[in-house]
Design a protein around this ligand. Structure first.
Ligand code: AMP
Length: 173
């Protein structure tokens, strides 16, 4: 399926999941095979020469991009998940979301100490989720090479909460 720009394939859904939030719906992008492939190729090109030992994917839309990228780079995929989903010993962190609060967990033995990791999520909004995920990764001994997003909502200034890290996004709104 051809397309003109990745950004044009992201659908705006007003007032979802609560009034006042303009939800960026990526199902319209990943439903386009050529567009989905381009996203993964762009990320793989950026990271193939970098020293990355594992990809950290954030539940749940982060998994959509982290899994094919990890496969393509030939490195392990480590899930950061909502509470109660990971079966073995975990670290947990609670944080504020653009809408509501949330908790995330990682397996304590997910990565070897000193592993260089790339954290992948679908969208950077206020930055609360990625700050929490970064804390978890550092708690288990990971060294963060970069934070990668399909979409960045620049007007929410999420980057300002991440001065310690290199941040990369493919689409900015
Ligand atoms: P934040 O913690 O504020 O950076 O929010 C990022 C997380 O919430 C990502 O995992 C997104 O999937 C989700 N999210 C926040 N705001 C939106 C939005 N406007 N459209 C789609 N997803 C969003």
């Amino acid at each position: 399926m051809t397309f003109t720009s990745l950004a044009d394939l992201v659908r705006d859904v007003p007032d979802f999941p609560i009034p006042g939030i303009q939800f960026k719906d990526i199902t319209t992008l990943i439903g386009n095979g050529a567009a989905f492939q381009q996203v993964i190729e762009m990320l793989a090109t950026r990271y193939s020469e970098r020293s990355i030992d594992a990809i950290i994917g954030i539940e749940s839309r982060g998994f959509i991009f982290s899994a094919p990228l990890a496969y393509k780079l030939g490195v392990g995929l480590v899930p950061v998940r909502k509470p109660g989903k990971l079966p073995a010993d975990t670290h947990q962190v609670e944080y504020d979301l653009e809408y509501g609060t949330n908790k995330l967990e990682i397996h304590r033995d997910a990565i070897p100490a000193g592993a260089r990791v790339l954290i992948v999520d679908d969208l950077l909004a206020t930055g609360g989720t990625i700050v929490a995920a970064s804390q978890l990764v550092e708690q288990v001994g990971g060294v963060i090479e970069e934070l990668a997003f399909l979409i960045e909502l620049t007007f929410l200034n999420g980057r300002d909460r991440l001065p310690k890290y290199s941040v990369h996004s493919l689409i900015q709104f």
